[in-house]
Design a protein around this ligand. Structure first.
Ligand code: SF4
Length: 403
């Protein structure tokens, strides 16, 4: 961890946690107290504890404990970045049942961006972003060459922009299409400018669920292996969970434990992004859906189970700004970014504004009693945001962190 990163996170968070005042909501819950004791004694929450947290009637005990852990790690800091989503193509050879984004090649709304179109999307934002997030469908004819062309052109014109692109299943698809190993595929893409992988496509890492909601996608093992290989090449990644389809509570906890195990092995997950299924225009009528409170609970339980993945994101593109703001005091420490343009969640029904500026994001964070911190994509550079009329918000001194 860089010196600067150390100013914004607390490696001794368990020690800090042990000295924090325990809220009544946590004290009143047998399972929350038990989990607190496990965490302060250097332990990790078990599968059974995770399931119990998901079933605890008093949800405030779970959210309060998650808030304690978040504060022990990051104090009042909440992170965001200035980014832009640009989808490369919506043409996909698969047809995941929860996906409202993909189109068949002959659909009137099908598209693929060529290099000029890709750069044209980025140019209007280039002064105000430091990350481009690019994912897309599994194009039937594209190989690594098309993506190398996009990424190298982007880097040539905007060398300082971080490229976070291509989910694990896209990497698998490109490696097959290009007759390359996963390692070769990632190395070639990295040389052309790819900096990190997003976490999309994890859905639920239980193959019996995957077979029903996203038949043909990479298996759970393949998802984890691809991320592990990226980590071994020095490429950081995120990880995600799509919940509220057909999975059980036990499946969700299994998913978290599989990510935790992978992180023990390869260590390159920066951020976990749990988000609920949005049903618009999809083909999953049997989905159980997730209420707002269940979404918050899932974010809280993720914070508690994933002791080795530092950041938990409230993905406001999916859950909306109000719920994302609420999640800040329930375990989330990251709000994604300015985003600018987003198709995947909006095709599925998201109404989240796409014109939120950095200042508006910072204001949203301040309203929750937190301190907004702009970060870069690798969480190695930070800037505490001081809003003009919200004095006295200031950068916190190092000694104040972790309390
Ligand atoms: S989720 Fe991804 S892989 Fe599945 S249909 Fe949609 S674009 Fe294709």
């Amino acid at each position: 961890m860089s010196d600067e990163a150390m100013k914004y996170s607390n490696p001794q968070w368990r020690e800090t946690l042990s000295s924090m005042e325990v809220p009544l909501a946590v004290r009143s819950s047998k399972i929350a107290l038990e989990c607190l004791e496990t965490l302060v004694s250097e332990g990790r929450l078990s599968f059974d504890q995770g399931v119990e947290l998901m079933k605890e009637k008093e949800i405030s005990s779970v959210t309060s404990l998650a808030n304690m852990v978040k504060k022990s790690r990051f104090s009042k800091h909440v992170f965001f970045n200035e980014n832009l989503h640009v989808n490369s193509t919506n043409i996909c050879v698969l047809a995941c049942r929860f996906c409202a984004f993909r189109k068949g090649p002959r659909h009137p709304d099908a598209y693929t961006l060529n290099t000029d179109q890709y750069l044209d999307r980025i140019r209007p934002y280039s002064d105000s972003i430091d990350e481009v997030h690019t994912v897309g469908g599994l194009h039937p004819t594209w190989t690594v060459n098309e993506y190398c062309q996009l990424f190298s052109s982007l880097k040539e014109e905007f060398p300082k922009i971080h490229i976070k692109a291509l989910t694990a299943v896209e990497i698998k698809h490109l490696s097959t299409r290009s007759s390359l190993s996963i390692e070769e595929t990632l190395s070639i893409l990295s040389m052309s400018g790819l900096d990190s992988l997003p976490g999309g496509g994890a859905e639920i890492l239980v193959d019996s669920v995957r077979d029903r909601i996203c038949m043909g996608k990479e298996s759970s093992d393949e998802y984890l292996d691809i991320h592990g290989i990226a980590h071994s090449l020095g490429m950081p990644t995120n990880c995600t969970m799509l919940f509220g389809t057909i999975e059980t509570i036990e499946d969700r906890i299994t998913h978290l434990l599989r990510l935790r195990e992978q992180q023990d092995l390869s260590g390159g997950f920066q951020c976990f992004v749990p988000y609920p299924f949005l049903p618009d225009k999809t083909r999953l009528p049997e989905a159980q859906l997730s209420s707002g409170l269940e979404t918050i609970r899932m974010i809280s339980v993720s914070r508690l189970m994933l002791d080795n993945i530092p950041h938990i994101k409230a993905y406001r593109m999916n859950i909306g700004d109000k719920l994302a703001s609420f999640a800040i005091n329930c375990g989330a420490d990251d709000l994604d970014g300015t985003v600018g343009h987003e198709e995947i969640m909006h095709e599925a029904g998201s109404k989240t504004s796409l014109t939120t500026s950095s200042e508006q994001l910072a204001r949203m964070i301040v309203k929750t009693g937190s301190v907004p911190v702009k970060r870069n994509s690798s969480y190695s550079k930070f800037e505490t945001i001081i809003l003009p009329e919200d004095k006295p918000i200031k950068s916190l001194p190092v000694v104040a962190l972790g309390v």
